[in-house]
Design a binder for this molecule. Structure first.
Ligand code: FES
Ligand SMILES: [Fe+2]
Length: 455
């Protein structure tokens, strides 16, 4: 059975108004003009995932979100609200905050000491009498940026007239409510500092499953990508649902459960030997047993369907993140464009899990996540681990085997875009989610984008 693709219109006629014929010519990956159009039409107009509410627990906690040439400070103010402003001093334009994150009671520019409150209000100007015309505090406060929080995830929007984050996300908000991301703990924060590839090449890679049989051979023993169900939404969001753990139907079903499934079964207190000759029954058995083990470990699966309990769900939120989602864990991935070079980007992965006692109890030999997906939880925020692509290629660092395999290929894709021997991509039916993403890229950068019509 081939993959299915359903266009779901959550905002009247947006989908039917979309031009679905974006050409994937190589220019969109290598041209500085195209990059500039994206800056004007996408990065300064769309809601962008910027960081975590859990990094802003106390008034004064802050983190910086850099995108393009902009730097944005996001902080919890004294009213216990999250606010965001451009990280630029109103005296002469110096960047004020140079740390990635931390805590402050005031925001003070290191150059001449102009000092702002946590809400961005200008509070102190050294030697104020030197400014003969005066310094109007209201006008010279830090310029605000729109900020909104969904499920513990902080989004910013540089367009002060934009519609709300809820309008942007549509049905995604309700669909993902049972997962309660805000109750999960960040267990790893990793960034590949530089990939020599356009940010969309990274998005493309994770928007299709056509490559899976070729570069991820291990997947044949636990997911069925060729039968994935996909939803395509306005503004460029999509999701894909892949059944798991199953053997890819393109291959013959083994008599014995594959190794990955064996580990999974053992952690759930199921005996792999019971599935000799019955491998296709494993998925149903796991769906049932997870609820039993969940009860023992104190994790409640009652709001989840059987499919959600076992399968792989990926949500792609336009433009800057995609999320691999299970009830017990969440991975968020975000390629970020380089500020000036369309041939470069960075790539970050945030890994979350439900609290450790709910994931596994070693004394009872129970676990909801098989070993390869499990991260130890220390109780404190993990450090942001920043490393190079070479670290991944040489095996010194890993974002999990599958992602490492993807990372191997991304630079070569970009190199090909510069060749005289390549003009534009030719997409299969199985790459329709990727086409949808690019149709929306074109729409966002067009003069009358559909988002601008409702903003
Ligand atoms: S530029 Fe910030 S105080 Fe002068
Ligand atoms: Fe992949």
């Amino acid at each position: 059975m081939p993959q299915t693709f359903n266009y779901v219109d959550f905002s009247e006629t947006l989908t039917s108004s979309l031009d679905k014929s974006a050409s994937l010519s190589k220019d969109r990956y290598i041209s500085e003009d195209f990059m500039q159009s994206e800056w004007e039409g996408i990065w300064t107009k769309a809601w962008l995932f910027a960081g975590l509410e859990s990094d802003l627990l106390e008034p004064g906690d802050f983190f910086i979100y850099d995108i393009g040439r902009e730097s944005i400070v996001i902080t919890r103010n004294n009213e216990n609200e999250i606010s965001a402003f451009y990280n630029v001093c109103q005296h002469r334009g110096n960047k004020i905050v140079t740390l990635e994150s931390g805590s402050f009671s005031k925001v003070s520019c290191p150059y001449h000491g102009w000092t702002y409150g946590l809400d961005g209000t200008l509070e102190h100007v050294p030697d104020r009498e030197l400014f003969k015309e005066g310094v109007p505090c209201e006008e010279k406060s830090l310029k605000p940026v729109k900020v909104s929080v969904w499920a513990g995830l902080v989004f910013i929007n540089m367009d002060e007239n934009s519609s709300s984050l809820e309008t942007f996300l549509g049905p995604i908000v309700d669909q993902l409510k049972p997962y309660k991301f805000e109750k999960m703990n960040l267990v790893k924060h990793q960034t590949v500092s530089l990939l020599e590839t356009n940010w969309k090449t990274v998005r493309d890679n994770f928007l299709e499953q056509y490559h899976v049989d070729f570069i991820h051979p291990q997947h044949a023993s636990f997911v069925d990508c060729c039968d994935a169900e996909n939803d395509l939404w306005p503004f460029g969001h999509t999701r894909t649902m892949v059944t798991s753990p199953v053997v890819n139907p393109r291959y013959s079903t083994p008599d014995e459960p594959p190794e990955f499934m064996k580990d999974y079964l053992k952690g759930l207190r199921l005996n792999p030997d019971d599935f000799h000759g019955k491998v296709p029954e494993i998925r149903k058995a796991i769906q049932k047993q997870k609820r039993v083990i969940g009860d023992e470990l104190g994790f409640d699966f009652s709001e989840f369907t059987d499919d959600q309990v076992s399968d792989v769900l990926q949500y792609d939120i336009f433009p800057n993140i995609f999320m691999t989602i299970h009830p017990e864990r969440l991975w968020i991935f975000g390629p970020k464009p380089h500020h000036s070079d369309p041939n470069k980007c960075s790539f970050t992965k945030w890994s979350f899990q439900i609290p450790s006692h709910q994931v596994r109890d070693e004394s009872k030999e129970l676990e909801l996540l098989p070993g390869s997906s499990f991260y130890e939880q220390t109780g404190s925020r993990p450090e942001h681990d920043i490393f190079t692509r070479e670290d991944v290629v040489q095996g010194r660092k890993s974002l999990t085997v599958t992602i490492d395999q993807d990372i191997h290929y991304l630079n070569d894709m970009q190199a090909g875009m510069h060749s005289k021997g390549f003009d534009s991509a030719t997409l299969s039916n199985d790459e329709e989610r990727l086409q949808h993403f690019h149709d929306w890229v074109d729409n966002w950068i067009s003069k009358d984008s559909l988002w601008s019509k409702i903003s």
